[in-house]
Design a binder for this molecule. Structure first.
Ligand SMILES: Nc1ncnc2c1ncn2[C@@H]1O[C@H](COP(=O)(O)OP(=O)(O)OP(=O)(O)O)[C@@H](O)[C@H]1O
Ligand SMILES: O=P(O)(O)OC[C@H]1O[C@H](OP(=O)(O)OP(=O)(O)O)[C@H](O)[C@@H]1O
Ligand SMILES: [Mg+2]
Length: 401
């Protein structure tokens, strides 16, 4: 049965599919972990990061390397957002010349930055040429192919949100096809005339459709403008990234219910081997993780400061805590404001500091005013450090440390 399926799924990347391995377990939201779970094994092969000769020749150097390396996207929409996220974490990347592929981060002297294409970041993590990388989860899943050596250290860097999804034309034979089940049941797809799917995600596309029970499928591999293939008559369906849905809409295509292959956003990924064996990788990962988590946590919140008249800190606290949006992370901080009146130091006002979710800012201000708050200041937060980052604890558990 497996052999029959393999014969019917043709197309460039699929014929070389490696043996899938267990999924990346760390820190994944359950939905991603489930979707990333690899398909049943087929032909065995390892991810071809580099041709075998140069890889063998380079191996001793890789082992000897003392500096830690992180791969960042060299181009495309992820490149700029990655740099800006790092900058917000006080980890500005210093690149002497935009054409240089290497750079550094002043605050982490033992870390070398290498700008690479996203797919090469995943390949080089597996080949041992990079230790860490920032890349979309779609790329980790497609080019990592479930390789256990890849560890997703932070699964939600809050940019590059998209989904890998199957889409078909809105009209013609697909007019009444709205779900993956409808597509599966169409009598049109036979061994002689399979469903033609164009994608840049051959591994994930193949695995997904097989798992869903599709038998007569032929994949075409393409890198860009995939949405033009169905209207040009070159494919029946596409498996491509969707974010706003505009590109699909503008090309008269629609997603199918149940057709999402994987949800993606930017992630911090590491090589398990490097975490275990290369000096400095674990420490640098810890610092990156702490900064990223603390920063991402802080971006959703604002610090609100206000003055409030009152007889005592406790009395002011009673009023503030009577409001649902003013409870802060642990509760408001209330401190006396000392003023000099007729040569005497007196407390008439209290300053309230409270962290509120960005989404609730206006409501919080209304509530503050309703209990007598005035002179409200709102400031952005750079970091919120918890006692311990949950993802760090998960990482140590994952590594058996
Ligand atoms: N439309 C999108 N909206 C949000 N994120 C996206 C979108 N398309 C892709 N991404 C994310 O950004 C990553 C990089 O995609 P991008 O299109 O910038 O590069 P690329 O497709 O590798 O290069 P190019 O499009 O220049 O060939 C993807 O792997 C995915 O994680
Ligand atoms: O849902 P939307 O917001 O419209 O985004 C989806 C489009 O974005 C990506 O293409 P990209 O812009 O990277 O061009 P490419 O095809 O050259 O990769 C993706 O391949 C889709 O075509
Ligand atoms: Mg693209």
């Amino acid at each position: 049965m497996a052999a029959m399926l393999a014969a019917q799924f043709t197309g460039l990347p699929l014929s070389q599919s490696p043996a899938p391995q267990p999924s990346f377990r760390l820190g994944l939201r359950p939905s991603l972990a489930v979707r990333a779970r690899p398909f049943a094994p087929r032909a065995a092969a390892s991810a071809p990061a580099v041709s075998s000769k140069p890889a063998e020749a380079a191996a001793p150097q890789v082992a000897d390397r003392t500096v830690v390396r992180i791969g960042l996207p060299s181009k495309g929409r992820m490149a700029e957002q990655t740099l800006s996220l790092l900058k917000s974490c006080q980890l500005s990347v210093r690149q002497l010349n935009p054409r240089q592929y290497t750079a550094d981060i002043t605050l982490i002297p033992n870390l070398e930055v290498w700008f690479q294409r996203p797919k090469d970041i995943v390949r080089k993590l597996q080949s041992g040429d990079l230790d860490l990388g920032i890349v979309g989860f779609d790329m980790v899943s497609e080019y990592g192919k479930g390789n256990e050596d890849l560890v997703v250290v932070h699964d939600a860097l809050e940019f590059g949100h998209c989904r890998l999804s199957l889409a078909v034309p809105k009209e013609g034979i697909f007019e009444n096809v709205n779900t993956l089940e409808d597509l599966l049941k169409m009598p049109e797809w036979t061994e002689e005339r399979p469903l033609r799917v164009v994608t840049g995600f051959g591994y994930l596309g193949d695995k997904f459709l097989r798992e869903k029970g599709f038998k007569h499928v032929r994949f075409l591999s393409a890198d860009g403008a995939l949405e033009s293939y169905p209207p040009m008559g070159m494919a029946d369906a596409i498996v491509d990234l969707v974010s706003s849905g505009t590109t699909l809409r503008e090309n008269n295509l629609k997603e199918l219910e149940g057709g999402v292959v994987v949800e993606s956003q930017a992630t911090l990924v590491a090589s398990r081997k490097a975490l275990h064996k290369r000096k400095g990788v674990l420490e640098i990962t810890h610092e990156l993780l702490e900064r990223l988590e603390a920063h991402l946590r802080a971006t959703a919140e604002l610090m609100v400061t206000a003055n409030m008249r009152g007889n005592s800190a406790e009395e002011v606290a009673e009023r503030v805590l009577s409001q649902t949006s003013l409870c802060g992370l642990q509760g408001p901080t209330i401190s006396p404001v000392y003023c000099r009146h007729d040569g005497k130091v007196d407390v008439e006002y209290y300053a309230i500091n409270v962290v509120v979710p960005q989404k609730l800012l206006y409501k919080s201000i209304q509530q503050l005013r309703s209990v007598g708050g005035s002179g409200v200041l709102v400031t952005k937060l750079t970091y919120i450090f918890d006692e311990e980052t949950p993802r760090w604890r998960n990482l140590l558990t994952e590594l058996g440390l």
